[in-house]
Design a protein around this ligand. Structure first.
Ligand SMILES: CC(=O)SCCNC(=O)CCNC(=O)[C@H](O)C(C)(C)COP(=O)(O)OP(=O)(O)OC[C@H]1O[C@@H](n2cnc3c(N)ncnc32)[C@H](O)[C@@H]1OP(=O)(O)O
Length: 408
């Protein structure tokens, strides 16, 4: 056992050691090409590491990005790279890392929420993270279903993603502010996303892009990989769709029509659909799309007053919340939330509560993808007034379900 463990911020000199720890924790080898791309987006000063005998044995990193939430785009600490060396597990190192991460976010004071993807769903509830979005996957048998429609006015153009990075970025930026759950891609993030490393191909082709353009301006794009193949009954090619971002109805339909009609392909897989994906209403036969659902983004409300006043509400709301928070005591207590479609305020109060809940449940409903009523039905929210629960459930909802298209 080490008794010389030390917690500190990482530095740029830690890059390789950190890369090794994280790759091994995820049961992979460190890839040198990946390390170069990782360096582009790494923020060592926001990583907290624990060292023992000169090696990094635990890590948790934060990426400084923003996130679309209902009616707004707000700074959100994107927590990632959480790993503890197999030799040092189950003796509290993750607890120390998560505390250090909270300290960093609270000290900065401008990130009302934190967001992460969980490798295992049982880990993060104890730290106040609630499951806030769902990742919907499709396996589409393209011989069983088609996407009919009129010829669009725009045109499709195929390109290498790295060659059309600026066009992809501008479509993404305009489209992503319209749906909760999507992260900003500042700095070098577009280089990261178009890097197309061999290790990311997993037996498929290089990454391809198709743009939907009207009068030379991109209004949508899709990225995908393909794998050819044949069996006794002919071709059995597969397409794995990466992202589909569209600003218009026409662009969305044209891109999906393209993806579902590539010759020699029999199966199209897409793992990042929203629960209310329009595609299911466009195809001739939704049964031709096998569908699965998994947890997506987990949200932690770090600063309750800032978080609840930053988002917008689908209906007028005036509710008193009695909130429990074991890890961030400043959030605990009673809060009056008032607001609606244009503004909101959240202030401490001594008034009697309408709803009692843990901060975890507030994270779960924050993006508008989970209902307070569902959580009350699960025994996780106590409603002191059924009418207040119904009204707050509507107000916390949103007209578009959160979509989480990028595992970070
Ligand atoms: C945002 C992300 O990056 S997600 C990626 C998370 N990383 C991985 O999955 C990589 C492989 N796993 C690991 O590196 C480690 O096992 C970790 C990081 C998950 C846990 O690290 P440890 O140092 O062993 O955790 P630690 O001993 O601090 O345990 C803290 C608590 O979490 C619980 N816990 C730890 N791992 C798990 C798990 N896999 N599933 C459920 N609970 C867990 C512990 O039981 C403990 O609970 P308690 O506080 O109620 O007693």
């Amino acid at each position: 056992m080490d008794n010389n463990l030390e917690l500190r911020a990482a530095t740029s000199d830690d890059l390789r050691d950190l890369g090794e720890l994280i790759s091994r924790a995820f049961l992979d080898d460190l890839d040198d090409e990946f390390l170069k791309v990782f360096e582009l987006v790494d923020e060592p000063e926001r990583a907290r590491v624990i060292t023992g005998d000169g090696r990094i044995v635990a890590n948790g990193s934060i990426l400084t990005r923003d996130l679309t939430v209902p009616g707004a785009v707000i700074p959100a600490a994107h927590v990632t790279g959480v790993a503890v060396a197999p030799t040092h597990r189950r003796r509290g190192l993750l607890n120390q890392i998560m505390t250090a991460i909270f300290d960093d976010i609270i000290e900065r004071g401008n990130e009302p929420i934190a967001a992460l993807w969980a490798s295992e769903g049982a880990i993060y509830g104890r730290y106040g993270y609630g499951r806030a979005s769902w990742q919907v996957g499709y396996k589409i048998a393209v011989r069983e279903t088609t996407l009919p429609g009129v010829t669009p006015s725009g045109r499709l153009r195929q390109a290498k993603p790295a060659d059309v990075r600026d066009q992809l970025a501008s479509v993404y930026e305009r489209a992503r502010v319209l749906r909760p759950g999507i992260s900003g891609r500042p700095g070098h993030w577009w280089e990261y996303h178009t890097a197309d490393l061999k290790v990311w191909r997993r037996g498929m082709s290089e990454l391809r892009a198709v743009l939907y353009e009207v009068d030379g301006e991109a209004e949508g794009y899709a990225t995908w990989r393909v794998k050819g193949g044949w069996d006794d009954t002919g071709p059995k090619g597969e397409v794995a769709v990466g992202e589909v971002m569209a600003e218009t109805v026409e662009a969305y339909a044209a891109l999906w029509r393209f993806l579902l009609s590539i010759d020699l392909v029999r199966t199209v897989k897409y793992s990042f659909a929203a629960p209310d994906e329009p595609l299911t209403h466009l195809v001739t036969n939704p049964q031709g799309m096998a569908t699965w659902v998994e947890p997506g983004l987990w949200i932690r409300v770090v600063d309750i007053a800032a978080a609840l006043s930053a988002r917008r509400y689908a209906a007028p709301i005036d509710v008193v919340l009695d909130v429990a928070d074991q890890r961030v005591p400043a959030n605990a207590g009673r809060w009056r939330l008032t607001g609606g479609a244009d503004s909101a305020t959240c202030e401490p109060t001594t008034d009697a509560p309408d709803l009692s809940l843990d901060i975890r449940e507030l994270g779960a409903v924050y993006l508008g993808g989970t209902s307070l009523t569902t959580l009350a039905d699960a025994g996780l929210v106590t409603a002191h007034s059924p009418a207040a629960l119904a009204a707050a459930s509507v107000a916390f909802g949103w007209h578009k379900q959160p979509l989480s298209i990028e595992v970070f």
